[in-house]
Design a protein around this ligand. Structure first.
Ligand code: NAP
Length: 482
């Protein structure tokens, strides 16, 4: 693979950094199994250098005017957009998603840098009428300080920009640890930040495979004041515990188990098209992917047959090839999880409607799958499958479908299709989720708060609420005023 934005080492204090141990790890192309690149494997102790660089950069970055920060971030945004094709090619090769999806991710990711660069200018404080004579209450917003970010492989670019956009706009400095499967998109962002004039130390990227110990250094540090993590609920819980020792602020964007409900009055064609996007993009490896489809009994057969017609036409292949809809799963382990969920469901009486097995292309390619007769006790109802499998559950009663939809430890995104306004109102009020999409399959945008309830996480990303996670409120009581 060639690109002027390919890098093979960490980026610390404005320099490309290799740990002395000189160990490297392979970055594989999941479409072919071939080695794309070998990237320096940072020693966890060297992560301290990145924290120190961010600490040194903090005073000047945080004291810059928001307008000055905004103009640097604007340049960063423009460079990402100018190089979107090149960045998308890197992303597809290390992650596997089709090129058009990768480009959508790059543009979506860039939107956070753009939006927060503007919103950073509006970090207004408050003057509160004081109940104490001759005094004034002032509330100011100041940046949290050095922030650490740990990000997953399924959105290797956008999960970084969604965090650093808000942090940088608020005046914080950053240390990012991307997933070891997909470090190249992260390093390409660092190269672009450098070109855009982001001052040294403001954005540091550490690449390594010892994620447990890298995480420990970040969580144990007294300098790091905030950790923001996107990834699995299990790892999120570890980090939450580790951050307790230094009472850090924490944001957790964790797993989902999204319900997708189709009511009898829904526009069925729109629901089927929505289901395809909501379930099969990124081969089903999206935290907000529909995981459970609840279809009203009056439209169940029709929905299943229309969905199967569309799924049969989805083209599986290397994301770089034209016309491909579904790329490979990230690793053979991911494929085994998908297979185990299908086998468990079939063993408990589910019916195979489409797909159900590995694809003839081999490797970690899996056929887009539909299961009928899905039931509550199955693994597929309880856990995030993170693969291209749509289990269909038949329902009769609104209260019962709401109970089933909420019967999960997760609460990230939920979707439903219906026309009746009173029904829509009842259902979105009844869904215990951080995000609800009605009659549409995609809800992520930089202007709206992204995040979950229950074990799907803490905090919100994007929107004015996302900025709140990177500021501290300082209350000043000015007394003795005449
Ligand atoms: P993961 O295993 O939790 O990994 C995520 C990140 O955590 C990676 O950078 C990983 O590094 C690192 N990590 C793993 N173990 C760690 C530890 N003990 N201490 C510190 N860091 C550690 O999750 P994944 O399998 O990559 O990602 C899929 C999950 O992310 C899904 O559950 C999905 O729902 C969730 N997700 C959530 C959102 C959201 O916004 N809510 C968005 C996207 C994805 P290494 O890879 O180098 O080990």
């Amino acid at each position: 693979m060639s690109s002027k934005y390919l890098r093979d080492s960490s980026y610390i204090d404005g320099k490309w950094f290799n740990s002395k141990s000189n160990r490297y790890f392979d970055v594989l192309n999941p479409a072919t199994g071939t080695i794309l690149s070998r990237v320096n494997d940072i020693e966890p102790t060297d992560v301290e250098l990145a924290i120190q660089a961010a600490e040194r950069a903090f005073p000047s970055w945080s004291k810059m005017t928001s307008k000055e920060r905004a103009s640097i971030m604007r340049r960063f945004y423009e460079l990402i957009i100018e190089n979107a094709d090149e960045l998308a090619a890197i992303l597809t090769q290390e992650q596997g998603k089709p090129l058009s999806e990768a480009k959508t991710e790059i543009i979506y990711g860039a939107s956070f840098i753009e939006w927060f660069s503007e919103e950073g200018k509006r970090l207004y404080g408050d003057i509160i009428p004081s109940p104490i004579a001759n005094s004034k209450i002032i509330v100011e917003k100041s940046p949290v300080g050095v922030c650490a970010f740990i990000t997953p492989w399924n959105f290797p670019s956008a999960m970084i920009t969604r965090k650093i956009g808000a942090a940088m706009a608020a005046g914080c400095t950053c240390v990012v640890k991307p997933a070891h499967e997909t470090p190249l998109s992260a390093l390409a962002l660092a190269a672009l930040a450098e070109e855009a004039g982001v001052p040294k130390g403001v954005l540091n990227i550490v690449t390594g495979t010892d994620s447990h110990n890298i995480g420990r250094v970040l969580c144990d540090s007294e300098t790091v004041r905030k950790v923001s993590f996107t990834g699995s609920t299990d790892v999120g819980k570890i980090l939450y515990r580790q951050c307790a020792a230094t009472v850090k602020k924490i944001s957790l964007e964790l797993g989902g188990n999204a319900p997708f409900i189709v009511f009898p009055d829904a526009d069925l064609d729109a629901a089927v098209s929505g289901a395809i996007i909501c379930k099969y993009r990124n081969a089903g490896q999206t935290c907000v992917c529909a995981n459970r489809f609840y279809i009203h009994e009056d439209v169940y057969d029709k929905f299943a047959s229309k969905l199967a017609d569309k799924v049969r036409k989805l083209k599986v292949g290397d994301g770089l090839d034209k016309g491909v809809d579904i790329g490979p799963l990230i690793t053979p382990d991911a494929l085994e999880k998908v297979r185990s969920h299908i086998n468990d469901a079939l063993g408990q009486g589910a019916k195979l409607i489409e797909g159900g097995d590995t694809h003839d292309l081999g490797g970690s390619y899996f056929k887009p799958t539909i299961l009928g007769n899905a039931m509550e006790g199955m693994l597929i109802a309880k856990e995030e499958t993170f693969g291209p499998v749509a289990p269909l559950f038949k329902f009769k009663d609104i209260d019962d479908v709401l109970r089933q939809a909420n019967n999960t430890q997760f609460g990230l995104a939920a979707y439903f299709y219906a026309k009746d306004l009173a029904l829509i109102n009842k259902v979105y009020n009844g869904l215990e989720y951080g995000m609800v999409a009605v009659n549409t399959p995609i809800l992520s945008t930089e202007v709206a708060p992204f995040g979950g309830v229950k074990e799907s996480g803490i905090g919100r990303e994007g929107s004015k609420y996302g900025l709140d996670d990177f500021i501290e409120l300082k209350y000043v009581l000015l007394g003795g005023l005449e």
